[in-house]
Design a binder for this molecule. Structure first.
Ligand code: PMT
Length: 404
């Protein structure tokens, strides 16, 4: 879905500038109007013709070009969102002090739009006390810092400092845009909060090659993680068989089965301000897991599986949750009647005992795997808090309001 917005992509001088081309491209493909403001150093890493072809607009670099149209402030004033990717240590330092010695600095100072930066530098530079302080200053001002990730850097180095992947940067930027659109925009209201999110669907093995699973893609849980990161939270994502990429800025814990998810979420929840159980968790698992592949000539025309109940993880978290922690569960129901759907939601709330329950109608073409969702949130007493339908990112934003 396109927002058709004016997005300024600032590109600064780091090797990751080549990946910024894909950030620009993603916005253009959404139908946004993209203006690239590149520093002269950025153009040593990626060519102006490439950026102009991909952005479909002239690329601006020089502070003293377009003076008659007061370009040094006009670009910033027209922006709905500014994304700086990559953001070098030098640019971060300039932003923190409000320096405007180039077109990008002027553009940013002249803008009231949300600012998203994707740092990229070597690990030592990222960990340097000056950079740490500058990033903290920017975060405190509401700048959304995406990443950096951990991985291979330029040369032989590896570690923290790798620019986040373009899709993660774009997702965080869109979350920032969605938040800014709201009159009660919460901004970076989750700074200092640790949010644990489960995503995806558990798989219960039958034998080494088969499992009992479900159709959860992990999109809703990952959208929650992206939106929480964009609002400043530190996020632990407990991921069960995701079909979508997890943002690299999360602490990622990979799990397969319900029992593995239980162990991971129970451990992570101990220090969390909020836990959101968006994963689709198997209620049952096979009593026995066959050591070898189950052969059809040994089972005949029918195969009976004996299943045993998995623990109710959400109910367990509700029993042990510490004071002040917010626990949010989901209820995936196929009931088509809206009144009956809420009855089922209230019954589930009574069994689970969480603080909020996100009642989510699902079906062959609803809820699971789709990019959109429709939810009704109930509080602990079963009263309706809100009803939302839209992209999974917009749904995520409303759910996070419950802990903001
Ligand atoms: O991943 P997507 O493709 O984006 O799809 C999103 C979704 C439809 C999976 C998601 O929005 C959703 O509804 N997740 C909850 C799915 C689910 O397991 O619902 P449930 O009604 O069966 O379980 C209720 C709650 O108890 C859930 O929070 C679940 O995580 C939790 N649970 C379930 C079983 C179990 N043994 N322990 C649990 O804690």
């Amino acid at each position: 879905m396109s927002s058709g917005r004016t997005i300024v992509v600032g590109i600064t001088g780091g090797i990751a500038a080549y990946k910024a081309v894909n950030v620009v491209r993603a916005f253009v493909l959404r139908g946004d109007c993209v203006h690239v403001v590149a520093t002269p150093a950025a153009l040593r890493f990626v060519g102006k013709p490439t950026l102009e072809a991909i952005s479909r607009n002239p690329v601006h670099t020089d502070l003293y070009e377009g003076v008659a149209e007061v370009r040094h402030v006009a670009i910033g004033q027209s922006a709905d969102l500014i994304v700086v990717a990559p953001a070098t240590a030098n640019t971060i330092a300039k932003l923190a002090t409000g320096l405007a010695d180039d077109l990008l600095g002027n553009t940013i100072l002249a803008s009231t739009a949300p600012l998203v930066i994707a740092p990229a530098m070597h690990t030592e530079m990222w960990n340097n006390a000056a950079t740490v302080a500058n990033v903290a200053t920017l975060r405190a001002r509401g700048v959304i810092v995406v990443g950096p990730g951990v991985g291979q850097l330029t040369g032989a180095d590896a570690g923290a400092g790798r620019m986040e992947e373009p899709d993660t940067i774009v997702a965080a930027a869109l979350a920032a845009l969605a938040l800014a659109d709201r009159t009660d925009g919460p901004g970076a209201d989750l700074v200092g909060k640790h949010v644990v999110i489960t995503a995806g669907g558990t798989r219960e093995p039958l034998d080494p090659v088969r499992f009992l699973g479900n159709r959860s893609s992990g999109k809703q849980g990952v959208a929650l993680a992206q939106a929480a990161l964009a609002r400043g939270a530190s996020v632990t994502l407990i991921a069960a068989n995701l079909e979508v990429a997890a943002p690299t800025a999360v602490e990622l814990r990979l799990v397969g089965t319900a029992l593995e998810l239980e162990a991971a979420v129970t451990d992570a929840a101990a220090g969390a301000d909020a836990v959101i159980m968006a994963a689709a968790v198997a209620d049952y698992r096979p009593v026995q897991v066959s050591a070898g592949k189950i052969k059809k000539d040994e089972t005949g025309d029918t195969l009976l599986l004996e299943l045993t109940r998995n623990p109710d993880i959400l109910a367990g978290l509700a029993r042990t949750k510490r004071t002040g922690q917010v626990l949010i569960g989901f209820a995936a129901e196929t009931e088509p009647d809206p009144v009956r759907l809420l009855v089922l939601g209230r019954e589930k709330m009574a069994r689970k005992g969480c603080d909020f329950l996100v009642v989510n109608r699902v079906g062959w073409a609803e809820g699971f795997a789709s990019d959109r969702n429709a939810i009704t949130v109930l509080d602990h007493d079963g009263d309706i808090v809100c009803e939302v339908s839209g992209t999974k990112m917009s749904v995520a934003g409303r759910i996070l309001d419950l802990i903001g």
